[in-house]
Write a protein that binds this ligand. Structure first.
Ligand code: PHB
Length: 380
């Protein structure tokens, strides 16, 4: 503690960040860190009078027990005043019961199942939900002539939400869902699933898997099993074409349509600054992907919370202070819905396109403005 000239006390506020920093999803955790580093590079490492210290803990794959144990350790031994990060839904869900007693807000920087924010009044989310990103895709599908769709999703929270979002929205615009396939999170041989898709007679495959090695494998399997040739169109939320996968997918990804809250190519001054700082932080520019923007905006929210509480530990006051907060994110205009504490944002339709230098990128081609989370209304 340092006494400042005006009599205020400067503290070091600790923020505990849990994510996958090693193993198959390490690049996603690396993006959390790049977003946080970019925020501090552009806005400093102080919020108000207080110094901010980030403490990272690694949960390589979805592992609720490990996530909970590390969150407890961060609160009890490290004395963190904020918890943040959380790539996978089960890891965030496991921590929500701890927040009230610990007097700690949780800022979700990725996990995308709608229900997470309802598990504690101390949760705020700056990423997206799969309801939010999937529902607009049903409209796109219909407009582009899809009639019969089959859904394929990972069998856990965000996958089930994506399936329900697409099904509800697609049937709402007169489409037909001829089949729904849920596969275990650990699935990595997709050939039998592609065969079932072919056999279903669907003209459209809607798919959600959490971004990582399996999304890369899934898109490859779609191509290698001849689905495109058989006339089955692949539509998905943007998890399937994250920028860091595009070099490995190459031409196989060209023309794929996805809906998502963020593209690295987003054309705005705010995004230019962000991309420059985040690329510097991550080292390899082609590794920059969406978890970085969830983390960057998560830090914005945490800085506002720290300023509003002058560094004192008061989780409810901190959360109340960001209800309704609106700002210009690298993804576009956003705000925190005061009721759900989830982020309201534009969802963009993007097409994987080839740049002049031969690289591939997600090109934004249409905007669904100011989307809330339809999943919360649907689960009431
Ligand atoms: C999640 O577990 O909530 C999750 C993870 C990765 C994604 C989307 C959702 O790309």
């Amino acid at each position: 503690m340092v006494m400042l000239s005006g009599g205020a006390l400067a503290e070091t506020i600790k923020v505990g960040v849990i994510g996958p920093f090693s193993g198959p999803f390490a690049i996603q955790g690396k993006n959390f860190k790049a977003g946080i580093d970019a925020y501090q590079a552009l806005h400093g490492s102080k919020a108000g009078n207080d110094d901010i210290q980030i403490i990272y803990r690694d949960v390589p794959q979805a592992d609720p027990a490990q996530s909970k144990a590390l969150a407890q350790e961060l609160v009890v031994k490290e004395g963190v005043q904020y918890l943040a990060g959380f790539y996978f839904t089960p890891d965030a869900m496991a921590v929500t019961p701890l927040l009230k007693q610990a007097n700690v807000p949780l800022v979700v920087m990725n996990a995308a199942t709608s229900v997470i924010v309802t598990k504690s009044p101390l949760v705020v989310r700056t990423s997206f939900t799969t309801w939010q990103t999937s529902a607009p895709m049903a409209k796109v599908a219909k407009e582009r002539g899809a009639r019969k769709a089959i859904t394929v999703v990972s069998d856990y929270g965000p996958g089930v939400d994506a399936e329900n979002a697409f099904k509800t929205s697609f049937t709402g615009v007169g489409g037909e869902v001829v089949g729904t396939i849920r596969m275990p999170l650990s699935t990595n041989d997709f050939s039998p699933i592609m065969q079932r898709v072919k056999d279903s007679g669907a003209d459209t495959l809607f798919a959600f898997l959490p971004s990582g090695p399996t999304t890369l494998g899934f898109v490859k399997a779609y191509n290698e099993n001849g689905l495109a040739k058989a006339g089955v169109k692949l539509l998905a939320p943007g998890d399937l074409t994250q920028e860091s996968d595009l070099p490995a997918l190459g031409q196989a990804a060209e023309g794929l349509l996805t809906t998502f809250h963020y593209a690295v190519s987003h054309d705005s001054a705010e995004n230019k600054k962000f991309v420059e700082a985040a690329r510097k932080a991550i080292g390899n520019p082609s590794e920059l992907s969406f978890p970085a923007v969830g983390a960057y905006d998560g830090m914005h929210v945490i800085y506002k919370m720290i300023e509003a509480t002058a560094g004192k530990q008061d989780a409810q006051k901190a959360v109340d202070a960001v209800k309704g907060l609106a700002w210009e994110s690298p993804r576009g205009p956003v705000s925190i819905d005061p009721e759900s504490r989830h982020i309201t944002q534009n969802i963009y339709l993007r097409e994987v396109a080839k740049a002049e230098d031969g690289s591939y990128y997600n090109k934004e081609i249409a905007t669904f403005e100011k989307q809330g989370d339809p999943g919360l209304a649907a689960s009431k």
